[in-house]
Write a protein that binds this ligand. Sequence first.
Ligand code: HEC
Length: 168
Amino acid sequence: MGCATGAGSLNVGKRGPGLAGCQSIFQETHRVLRLFVLLAGVTFLLFACKDSSYEVPQRTVPTSMLGEEQSQRCGEDLFFRMCQECHGTLSEGRNPRAERFVPPAPDFHEQHYSQTDPAYLYWRIEEGKRAEPFRSRGSIMPAWKPHLSEQQIWCLVAYLQYRGGQER
Ligand code: HEC
């Protein structure tokens, strides 16, 4: 701390460049530290908000079914009939309508869907816009629970996981 006094810069000529160097290193370290603390704070806030905004209901995931071609096919068939009007076909990816919704309908070609928690996808299909925080955000995603069996929803999850990362 001793080298960072205001008088230091006035004495540069008498005491040589050592003091100025010491001061600027101190200022530089201070700046880097401040930036680090700021970044850490922002990261913490982002994670804190994400985690506390919803809780995915726990359920037993039929893992073997998810990787099966048969489930993926049955999911594709359902998706074609019930979901593509908003989410887009396999060839178009995300269709132009998807962009108009607020919040927009996601593009299921995105790579991360191949690894998204299946319980999360099930819950989102089952509850759609009825679940918070999606309801407050103005989501129009329909709740499919009244219209689809459990098995059909798992088929859709299998299809979404399969579609994640696929070429258009
Ligand atoms: C009327 C338009 C519409 C239809 C039909 C629709 N969705 Fe959606 N869906 C949306 C919108 C808009 C969002 C984004 C808002 C949200 O997350 O609630 C969304 C979000 C989702 C999400 C959450 C994705 C994520 O990353 O959080 C899943 C999963 C999903 N839809 C699956 C389906 C499936 C499966 C069907 C068919 C059974 C379907 N949707 C039918 C409009 C629709």
